[in-house]
Design a protein around this ligand. Structure first.
Ligand SMILES: Cc1cc2nc3c(=O)[nH]c(=O)nc-3n(C[C@H](O)[C@H](O)[C@H](O)COP(=O)(O)O)c2cc1C
Length: 214
């Protein structure tokens, strides 16, 4: 008998989340949870669903990969001319979700995203495989194209353009965003929907924490 996924009810774990068991810096705590997701063999442990506000005021969401984290915030890379790129250049407000369902965990991020320093984008672009670098030159992300064949023709054109060049330069329209979080919530699933939620808010000095009802 096949079960109906829309009526499934699962009992979440009983691993508790105590204020005192989290690191005082939520960015360090997030790094730790990404590592633990990786150790638990979660596919793409650094994937987050990023939501932005389009220039017409409508929200939009998509997955991106976290590629760096430090005391300033979270770094991801994309096409500045894409839907999300144009949205963020007009309105830097973002939220993001790290959904680690198998671990009964999620982290929610609320903040502002701005383009990174070009040096950071250049350095990261050089770490990408050549195929991805050619891909960045070949795709105007989020804009329509008439066919797969037309895309493949652009890839061939770019391969010819950079043939024999060891280092492919970064296209100006491609680069990083730094998300500077104002709030970060750590969520752990508990029995009977009595989940633990600890929210960190950025203060003039450091972070404050608040427990939220499940
Ligand atoms: C697992 C996964 C990881 C992804 N990582 C990125 C990424 O790091 N950067 C990116 O621009 N798009 C990434 N994408 C593609 C985006 O989800 C999206 O399709 C693309 O960026 C265009 O989004 P937009 O039209 O809203 O700008 C990823 C998709 C998946 C499923």
């Amino acid at each position: 008998m096949t079960s109906d996924p829309l009526s499934q009810r699962r009992d979440y774990g009983s691993l508790s989340l105590e204020e005192g068991s989290l690191l005082p810096d939520p960015l360090e705590q997030l790094s730790l949870w990404v590592k633990e997701a990786d150790q638990a063999d979660i596919y793409e442990p650094n994937a987050m669903v990023l939501s932005t506000i389009d220039p017409d005021g409508e929200p939009s969401s998509r997955t991106v990969l976290l590629r760096g984290i430090d005391d300033k915030g979270l770094y991801f890379y994309t096409d500045y001319g894409s839907r999300k790129g144009l949205a963020l250049l007009a309105n830097p407000s973002v939220s993001a979700v790290f959904p680690w369902y198998r671990q009964h965990r999620q982290v929610l991020i609320y903040g502002h995203a701005t383009p990174t320093d070009p040096d950071i984008s250049d350095a990261y672009f050089q770490t990408r495989p050549r195929g991805s670098q050619i891909g960045a030159w070949s795709s105007e992300q989020s804009r329509p194209i008439e066919s797969r064949a037309a895309l493949e023709a652009k890839v061939q054109e770019m391969e010819a353009r950079f043939e024999g060049e060891d280092a492919i330069p970064r296209p100006e329209s491609w680069g990083g965003f730094l998300i500077e979080p104002q709030r970060i919530e750590f969520w752990a699933g508990r029995t009977s929907r009595l989940h633990d939620r600890i929210s960190f808010a950025r203060e003039a000095q450091g972070w404050s924490t608040t427990r939220l009802q499940p």
